[in-house]
Design a protein around this ligand. Structure first.
Ligand code: F6R
Length: 609
């Protein structure tokens, strides 16, 4: 987690760095700091709270044309000014920002304490600063000192370092945590995410794992951990900066919920084959022969991405008739998975940087497995490390609470399942019907977004309830779980999402008169059994909101209100039923007055395990 950035050039480093940090704040936001170099010494500004607090605490900013910045999500050490980055060595000569975790911190700290170092923070990062500081104090170049420190470290580190005695350079490194360089004319930037760079330049260089870059205003050189030169390719930054602006919306979450029709349209553009009733996922074509051999598909991811994986597994087994399952990436990574050559693994991650998902993917690749990737972030670690894959093209997702990435990921699994289904038993006629259903999705999601006033009214009444239940069946079980996750995450309401089948086995005991329940009752093979669930819930006095067909009078007779679904193909219902749940969570958090885009204790990209 944590966002890191740096600048070297002719402009105000403070302004460049703050501009970058604001774009990175979604990665962590419990404290922030900047160090620049001016008049031969480090200038420091650090503060607990959001970037706004740092700006307010530093009227006029910091002088200088070179510097580094950080926005933090605490791992080692609590949220305090002392633990804010950048961290300096004990001689106050170098300053360093870090995204990652030093696993052997205790051994290194003990060694340095024995040599008389007095640490000022509880962070693992300060140990790295001290190691670099000792290197330069011994006369090493900043690059050599950073190499020396990294070679002693075990763990992960995206870092940027500045030395007050060599203000003509910055050194940045990528050990397990992403780092990209932005290239300008007579100036350079560095950041943990291209999103921070796009406002300044269109050209970037992505460091690979184990690469270290030395940046000056005129350019950069890259080496590996053994100090051997590495050739780098300059790439274009693809996402539009404007797409990351809030515009007229009050929150990124609301903006991103409303962007879903366009995101879905973009995600499926050029990927549907109406004539053949199939889909083309660019990356898959080159592995077509091997895909015919696949006998099992395992989707994996974390959080919301795990729920989209669960929908994907459901679609793959129901429609393509290929045995499929979804697994929590964190569990998969540590359970010594049995990997075979006839299984296709599909890693799903919005950011492409979730540590648990990357760990699972590396474990599977180590064992010879074939891994496809589904991600939103171009050039992310996941995109680089999978054998092939597809971008979901949802556009930058800034709100910590994921919305448009979920529907775009589910869409990617629809396209994958459709392709597999057509390669196996699904007829061309049935394939064409599915393709048509997908084409209608943007308009149908627009229809679902019109339920916003109703969702707001329900949130006004029930948003602060002590408990909320979400119930679905089949492909809508993960949607129910996703609805509960949204509500927990931003409105801090205890919530559970579950299969209607599981209700009687325990969770029904939680229901008391007046408690809100959201029931997903699309007109498909799950409807009859869901009707049974509605009766059980009604008998116990729950306040039931159903997401169901508008003309389903039987459902209407059993619930308190219905949010109508348009007529649709059953395979696409998860992309429609989730919309009111996103809106309900949003309006609940709004009513309760929480910081919707930056919920407490969380960060957008979970780059630690
Ligand atoms: C919930 C949410 C998280 C992420 C999870 C995985 O709204 O955003 O649960 O889905 O941390 O993140 P990615 O998809 O980036 O791997």
């Amino acid at each position: 987690m944590c966002g890191i950035t740096g600048y070297i050039g002719q402009r105000s480093a403070w302004e460049m760095i703050l501009g970058g940090l604001k774009r990175l704040e979604y990665r962590g936001y419990d404290s922030a700091g900047v160090v620049t170099v001016a008049d031969g010494s480090l200038q420091v500004a650090r503060s607990v709270g959001h970037i706004r607090a740092l700006e307010e605490a530093t009227p006029g900013g910091l002088p200088g044309h070179v510097g580094i910045g950080h926005t933090r999500w605490a791992t080692h050490g609590g949220v305090s000014e002392a633990n804010c980055h950048p961290h300096r060595d004990s001689k106050n000569r170098i300053a360093l920002v870090h995204n990652g975790i030093v696993d052997n911190v205790e051994a290194l700290r003990r060694e340095l304490l024995a040599e008389g170092v007095k640490f000022r923070s509880e962070t693992d990062t300060e140990v790295l600063s001290e190691l670099v500081g000792r290197g330069v104090a011994r006369g090493q170049s900043l690059l050599d000192a950073v190499l020396g420190a990294l070679n002693r470290m075990e763990g992960t580190a995206g870092i940027v370092v500045v030395d007050q005695e060599r203000p003509d350079r910055l050194v940045a490194a990528r050990i397990g945590s992403p780092v990209v360089l932005g290239i300008g004319e007579g100036e350079m930037w560095v950041a943990s995410d291209p999103l921070a760079l796009r406002q300044y330049t269109e050209r970037m260089v992505v460091l690979e794992d184990g690469e270290i870059a030395e940046l000056t205003a005129r350019g950069f050189k890259t080496v590996d951990l053994d100090n051997r030169d590495r050739e780098k390719r300059v790439e274009k930054i693809l996402h539009q900066a404007e797409a990351a602006e809030l515009g007229s919306y009050a929150h990124y979450m609301l903006k991103e919920i409303n962007e879903q029709p366009d995101a879905l349209d973009r995600s499926m553009r050029g990927r549907l084959d109406a004539a053949m009733g199939s889909s083309h996922l660019g990356g898959l074509q080159s592995h077509r022969a091997r895909l015919f051999e696949v006998q099992r598909v395992v989707f994996f991811g974390c959080g919301t991405s795990l729920y989209s994986a669960e929908v994907g597994a459901y679609l793959m087994s129901s429609y393509a008739r290929v045995p499929a399952q979804a697994q929590d990436a964190a569990e998969l990574a540590v359970q010594n998975p049995i990997v075979d050559s006839r299984t296709l693994y599909v890693a799903i991650s919005q950011s492409g940087e979730t540590a648990d998902t990357l760990a699972a993917l590396r474990e599977i690749k180590l064992k010879g497995g074939l891994v496809a990737g589904v991600t939103n972030v171009v050039g992310s670690s996941l995109a680089r490390e999978t054998d092939f894959g597809t971008y979901v093209h949802a556009g930058p997702e800034i709100s910590v609470c994921s919305t448009k990435a979920f529907t775009a990921q589910v869409l990617a699994t629809e396209l994958l399942a459709l392709q597999f289904a057509r390669m196996r038993d699904l007829s061309a006629t049935d394939g064409r019907t599915w393709v048509k259903a997908l084409e209608q999705l943007p308009a149908q999601v627009r229809f679902m977004l019109e339920h916003a006033p109703a969702c707001k009214a329900i949130a006004q009444r029930f948003g602060g309830s002590k408990f909320t239940m979400f119930v679905g069946r089949g492909a809508n079980v993960p949607v129910a779980q996703e609805g509960a996750l949204k509500l927990k995450e931003i409105a801090y309401v205890p919530a559970e999402g579950l299969s209607g089948a599981a209700m009687k086995h325990g969770p029904l005991a939680l229901i008391e008169p007046g408690l809100p329940v959201w029931a997903l009752v699309p007109p498909d093979e799950t409807r009859e059994r869901m009707l049974g669930n509605l009766r059980e819930l009604k008998a116990r006095g729950a306040h039931i909101t159903a997401v169901a067909a508008g003309d389903d009078e039987e459902v209407r007779g059993l619930v308190d209100e219905v949010l109508a679904l348009p007529p649709h193909h059953p395979a696409v219902s998860p992309i429609l039923t989730v919309i009111p749940l996103q809106l309900y969570a949003y309006y609940s958090a709004l009513k309760l007055g929480y910081d919707i885009d930056k919920p407490r204790n969380l960060a957008k990209s979970v780059t630690v395990m």
